[in-house]
Design a protein. Structure first.
Length: 90
């Protein structure tokens, strides 16, 4: 479970074995028992949410958007394939 970054208590990570076939580029975010998943493509968009409020999701998405290149680089390095695509336009 590679952790990409941690900001304001939000841990941004991805699972190394999620999906078969492997899913497009994403990032999970966990804090205090809450969990969300965001697609990382041309834009960052919410895929799932368990427990975060709307204001928390806005902050999490802002951080993910600001760090999208770092997330993509970590993804590319770990999975040895390109994080790309027009995932989520929300």
């Amino acid at each position: 479970m590679p952790k990409v970054l941690e900001i304001n208590g939000y841990k941004y990570f991805f699972f190394s074995n999620e999906g078969n076939p492997q899913e497009p580029c994403y990032i999970h975010v966990r804090k205090a028992g809450n969990l969300a998943k965001f697609w990382i493509g041309d834009q960052v968009s919410l895929a799932e949410n368990i427990g975060f409020s709307a204001s928390e999701l806005k902050e999490i998405k802002r951080i993910a958007t600001e760090n999208a290149e770092l997330i993509k680089e970590a993804w590319n390095e770990f999975f040895k394939r390109k994080c790309q695509g027009k995932i989520g336009l929300v």
